[in-house]
Ligand binder design. Sequence first.
Ligand code: PRP
Length: 180
Amino acid sequence: MEKDIKEIMLTEEQIQAKVKELAALLSEEYAGKDPVFIGVLKGVFMFFADVIRNVTIPCEMDFMCISSYGGTTSTGKTDVRKDVSVDLKGRHVVILEDIYDTGNSLDFTCRHIMNKQPASLKVCTLLDKPARRKPGITLQPDYVGYVIPNEFVVGYGLDYNEHFRNLPYIGILKPEAYEK
Ligand code: PRP
């Protein structure tokens, strides 16, 4: 796997430091609110697990999965493959995401969750890649770990053709790895 990585963008230590910072902010903001954390699978699984184990307040968690179409560019995704099972009406909800790229996923997910009438909805993403944002997407995540340049990144849950998710860091994929 390492041979396909051009450069490490964020080390394991940098990611874990940011995770602790975000978890502390969330624990403070949602104290006494019994929030529901929702992870959008699959990419978020590592970030979700790391954040949640550093959250120090009572909370619930759930996951959803939306349709995606492989390759290096994410296209419009509009189908729910797995919905949340917790009743979100009147609850304080926080969506966790690994990356906010074109914005299709979060835009769709937020609309979907808002239909369930939560008391509040906020978004926490580890990575934000603003250069790739699709015109018309106006959502501003409430918590952002790192704003990153327009590079194809893998690792820490992020994949290329379902591989590289298990790297503990975030690396830039060599173009040869996805051009072949
Ligand atoms: C990735 C990532 C985000 C989404 C962000 O998911 O996990 O959910 O793309 O891209 P966007 O802002 O352009 O929508 P992907 O569709 O690759 O599915 P995965 O989570 O199963 O890897």
